[in-house]
Ligand binder design. Structure first.
Ligand code: ATP
Length: 208
């Protein structure tokens, strides 16, 4: 499989004193499903933000095998971050517009069907359950022909049934030429991922 992102000897500190991440080496491959897990404060979100180019390493480097990281990256957050004044369809169209300056209704309908929310496209986020909202925010993250989905504790506010639905849906996205990296403190959910990365005190303690 082709390498998509190569992380070499990366260290990061918020305050210039204490390293939150230390000497991280990781190769992210195309069309793969990664789970990053570890205790609270181990550096999971920080690593995700570095991968998504929202933060820059203090030491080491992150090399991307594609151009325009921002346009090719969709984020999913614990609390959805949908725009409540827009319908789910409008949220998705806006994401496409921001990424590519154009709408693609066919793409939205295709992923809405995979995510099981075709019937919800004309609803507003406030009319949806938590599980439905998260599937809508995955729709918003995936449209616009992105390469990578970065999900930070996407199931933190969902019940177990919906946690499993979301983790299984990420797997379905891989078939559409997407790479998914999901952060969670829930080790048991990592079994849905193909590659598990354990972070402890800012260091990779295991990969499987
Ligand atoms: N913006 C920030 N400024 C300063 N310190 C921060 C900032 N964000 C995180 N930290 C610190 O960096 C460390 C790692 O935080 P991070 O959020 O990456 O961990 P995490 O594993 O995702 O934790 P959680 O599971 O609780 O979300 C923690 O000690 C945290 O307090």
């Amino acid at each position: 499989m082709n390498s998509l992102i190569e992380i070499s000897n990366v260290s990061f500190s918020y305050d210039g004193k204490i390293n939150v991440l230390e000497n991280i080496n990781l190769n992210i491959e195309e069309n793969s499903y990664y789970g990053i897990y570890g205790h609270s404060g181990s550096g999971k979100s920080t690593l995700l933000f570095l991968i998504g180019n929202l933060l820059n390493p203090d030491l080491g480097k992150i090399e991307y095998r594609f151009s325009n990281i921002k346009k090719n990256t969709g984020f999913v957050f614990q609390f959805f971050n949908l725009i409540n004044e827009l319908t789910i369809l409008e949220n998705a169209k806006l994401a496409q517009y921001i990424r590519n300056k154009k709408e693609n209704l066919k793409e939205i309908k295709q992923f809405a069907e995979i995510l099981g929310i075709s019937e919800l496209l004309n609803k507003f986020p406030t009319e949806l359950s938590g599980g439905e909202k998260q599937r809508a925010s995955i729709l918003r993250a995936v449209v616009g022909n992105v390469k990578i989905i970065l999900a930070d504790e996407p199931t933190g506010s969902l019940d177990m049934k919906n946690k499993i639905i979301v983790f299984k849906l990420f797997r379905d996205l891989i078939k559409f030429n997407k790479t998914v990296i999901v952060v969670s403190h829930e080790k048991e959910l990592m079994d849905f991922c193909d590659n598990k990365i354990l972070l402890e005190d800012g260091k990779i303690k295991g990969e499987s």
